[in-house]
Design a protein around this ligand. Sequence first.
Ligand code: 5RP
Length: 226
Amino acid sequence: MTADEQKRISGEAAAELVEAGMVVGLGTGSTAAHFVRALAARGLAIRAVPTSEATANLARELDIPLVGLDDVKFIDLTVDGADEIGPGLSLIKGGGAALLREKLVWEASRRCVVIADAAKQVKALGRFPLPIEVVRFGHPHTGRRLADIAAEFDLPPPRLRMAERGIVVTDGGNVIYDLASGKISDPAALAGALKSVTGVVDHGLFLDLADLALIGTDGGVVNLTP
Ligand code: 5RP
């Protein structure tokens, strides 16, 4: 099975968890897109809260009714991908630069399910560079403060995310610094330190948020709980 096929079966399994009448959080990325397509195919009467403009566009194409996060008191179920799934369903997210809206939607959700291909599961977080979302105003200064924090954790300085057309700007108008670490030995301590920096909006460590992981493997979908 290719990684994309593994993503597809995990997305399809997650779509089976959705019931009519639910408010559903729609994640961002290629795995979440499989979920959104499988959800649309079920034709249930639901309302959905997208975590990015890209996902909102896909949902509109598929005639999934959308509502804003402001329009609902809570979300019944959010399904989203991840860049890494570590011990206790600790996650790194934000490879698609949608981490801020994703985390807001996850935190407003009663249940959060992460979907992924098998390669995303790791023994320790950190192989995937940790995205940190930073307000644009004065971001080189914030970047230097982040480098100081990284040094305290024996990590190299984070790097501003660039694309072919220049600096990557998120849906929220912010920039992303990626912290390539190799291994994050204390994710909770790093999360706290990063959040303490003025100018940091949020980071891609999703700790104690996922209730279930559905991992696509060559042998089928494997369920993991924290
Ligand atoms: C976007 C994310 C994605 O969920 C993450 O990057 C995984 O993407 P994919 O499903 O394409 O592998 O966090 O901000």
